[in-house]
Each structure stands twice: as C-alpha cells, then as structure tokens.
Design a protein around this ligand. Structure first.
Ligand SMILES: Nc1ncnc2c1ncn2[C@@H]1O[C@H](COP(=O)(O)OP(=O)(O)O)[C@@H](O)[C@H]1O
Ligand SMILES: [Mg+2]
Length: 264
C-alpha cells in the first residue's frame, strides 16, 4: 500500500487494526486491512459500494468477529470483549441505514441513546431509587447539551418519522453523542442530504470532533475533504492507500476503481 500519511503523526493511538480478514463464505469482505488512527483525528474511509467499509466498522466495534487479524480500540483488545463493553468504553456508531425510532419523539430517541450507560435496575426505577434519580438528572442535562449542539432544541417533541431526512440523520448523530463517546464511527451519515443539509452537517461534525476521534465513511467527497485529515481507500476489501483526501484520487488504482464503478 502506498502510505504517504500512513501513521498517526505522533498522536496517541485510538485504533489499531492489524491485517484484518473477514470472509463470508466465498466472499472476502476484508482482505488484509491494517490501519492506525490517532486520538483526535477525523479519519475518512472511502471506496465503491461493496468495498467492505460497513464490514470494517462492524469489526472495529466488535459487532462482527474478523476471520483473522487483531483490533485494538482505545487500548482494548476488541477480540476479547463483547460489543456492549466496547460501547461502554466510549465507542459509539451510527448505521448506514437511518437508526432513528420513527414512532418516538426526538427526546425519547435520545433517552434510548443513553440507555446503554444506565446502571439502575428496573426495581430501582419503580421505587424511585437514588441511582435512578441521579441517572435521570444526568440524562436531562446531557440531553440539553446534545440538543443544543446538534441544532435540535426546537424539534425535541417532534415524532421521528415527521422529521426531514437531513434532520433524522442529525438525530442519529445526536443519539450517538448521548453516551459521550471518545470515538465515533459514522457510516455514510450525509447520504441523501441536499447541499444545505450537507453544509449544516459538516459544521455539526466539526463541533462534534472537538476532543474526540471520528471515523467517517462517506461517498460525498465534499464531506471527506472538509472534515478529514487522512482517508483510507478500500476496493474489494483491499486497502489501496492512506493519504490526504485531495491526494488519494491521484492514485492510479483509485482512479481505475472509481471509473469502473457506477455508484460514484
Ligand atoms: N452478513 C453478510 N453476509 C454475507 N456477505 C456480506 C455480509 N455483509 C457484507 N457482505 C458482503 O461483503 C462485501 C462488503 O460489504 P459492505 O461492508 O457492506 O461494503 P460497503 O459498506 O463498502 O458498501 C459485499 O460483497 C457484501 O455483499
Ligand atoms: Mg456500507
């Protein structure tokens, strides 16, 4: 792999993936992907449809076990812990398909986002335990911050499926922020947005990225160029190059791959 910007430039390591292979029967979704992402980076992953981008996210979050290879995320061996332990250690993600509860309000969607970090029991909730009250107070404070940051304060009582598509995508990011992640994975977050929504979204992610590591899969190169210092190109499960976004499209294999695909 050509690696002009292959390392983290001296930053502490947030993600280290070593020689990841993932096979589904005869399909090789990931074919020897190695990557190091530094703390505080906004890192892009691009590549044609079917390149393995979503699979790579699943593997990094511990949702999917790789066929072989090793992953460390926030200094933990992802192969040895379950996905909810990965989540509790400060990792959150959004999914390629909108993951908003359409029947629930914006505010209730945020409550679901916080749920994973609750420790109070159901009984504690019924009897109004101290733990329950403390966690609900923390939830309400966090929800106000997240609503303000994501520009959703006006929309808190609106039902999910009445929101415009762009607002639903922002809500998906807001839900992920409720756990106050140190590391955030965004899978095609701006897909289907119009130009105005995309510009607002870039501004949101710039704010979100303060003090966090963000890894973003996105087809819209405007988003990648605006946000990412480095980007990895995957083609057919293989890493082609890691470099600055404006450089990766000079790579001959990247040009060939994109000319040969009809979705980009
Ligand atoms: N659960 C699965 N079972 C079988 N094949 C899968 C599964 N998930 C992904 N694949 C295959 O792996 C390849 C990579 O898919 P994916 O990671 O979704 O690509 P991308 O997100 O880059 O579009 C594709 O060929 C896809 O069909
Ligand atoms: Mg995908």
């Amino acid at each position: 792999m050509q690696t002009a910007l292959a390392d983290t430039g001296g930053r502490p390591v947030a993600i280290r993936a070593i020689d990841i292979v993932k096979r589904y029967g005869g399909v090789v979704a990931l074919n020897g992907v190695s990557l190091t992402v530094g703390e505080g980076e906004v890192f892009g992953i691009i590549g044609p449809n079917g390149a393995g981008k979503s699979t790579f996210f699943d593997v990094l979050c511990g949702i999917t076990k790789p066929t072989s290879g090793r992953i460390e995320v926030l200094a933990q061996d992802v192969g040895k812990i379950s996905p909810h332990v990965v989540a509790r250690s400060g990792v959150a993600r959004t999914f390629q398909r909108t993951a908003v509860f359409g029947e629930a309000t914006v505010y209730d969607n945020l409550l679901y986002g916080r749920h994973a970090s609750f420790t109070h029991s159901v009984i504690g909730r019924i009897v109004g335990s101290e733990a329950y009250r403390t966690e609900m107070a923390a939830f309400r404070a966090k929800a106000e911050d997240v609503l303000a940051m994501s520009g959703l304060s006006q929309d808190r009582d609106r039902i999910g499926n009445t929101l415009s598509y762009g607002v639903q995508r922002r809500l998906a990011v807001a839900v992920a922020l409720m756990s106050d992640p140190k590391l955030l994975f965004l899978d095609e977050p701006a897909a289907g947005m119009n130009g105005r929504e995309t510009a607002d979204f870039i501004a949101l992610i710039e704010k979100v990225a303060q003090g966090r590591t963000v890894v973003i899969v996105e087809h819209d190169m405007t988003v990648i160029k605006a946000l990412c210092g480095r980007a990895l190109v995957l083609v057919d499960g293989r890493p082609i190059t890691v470099d600055a976004p404006e450089e990766v499209f000079r790579h001959p294999e990247v040009i060939t791959a994109y000319l040969g695909s009809d979705d980009d």
